[in-house]
Design a protein around this ligand. Sequence first.
Ligand code: FE2
Ligand code: FE2
Length: 202
Amino acid sequence: MTGELRERARFRRLEEASAQDWQLMEAAERRARERWPGEGLLKLLAAFEHADACGAPINVYQHCLQTATRVLEAGSDDELVVLALFHDVTECFSDAHHGELAAQLLGPWLSAPRRWLLERHVEFQALHFANHPRRDRHEREQFRGHPLFEQTAQFCERFDQCSFDADYPTLALAEFEPIVRRFFAPQRTLSSTGASPSSSKR
Ligand SMILES: [Fe+2]
Ligand SMILES: [Fe+2]
């Protein structure tokens, strides 16, 4: 039976909810938690499969897949693969804040160093904007001396800036689903209670 066909509470205002309503909803939520949040993120990325590339060689969906493919092929851990897979999805609905938004989106499930890398990859990526008419390619210099400087620079150089190749043998989104599930599975209980699992990881 699909979620749409399951029994639903019938209140119109929270003030009208009965104890049975809460029981019904909590049981349904427990079932749904088996799929969250990985499934939601996969659906979010999949929604942009045919997004406008805005003149770039490939669109953000393909760029995310390619970046994650390179990270996976380098033998990196699941966290970095997941980070790479969703690192630019927020470009599809933001202007100049996609690093910050991506870090907010994935942050509760990332370690502190990886969250920093995700948020700051934007400034580090600027180094590779060859012949850009206005972009300051040295934005990352404000972070020179930071313990994650080299790690973030490497992510951009090895995986991100090179992932605009329309001919690269990029893996399909389905190839990443087991990794996404594996990454989120141990964390789902904590994350769905409202407690931040990241607090135990930082
Ligand atoms: Fe980016
Ligand atoms: Fe990127």
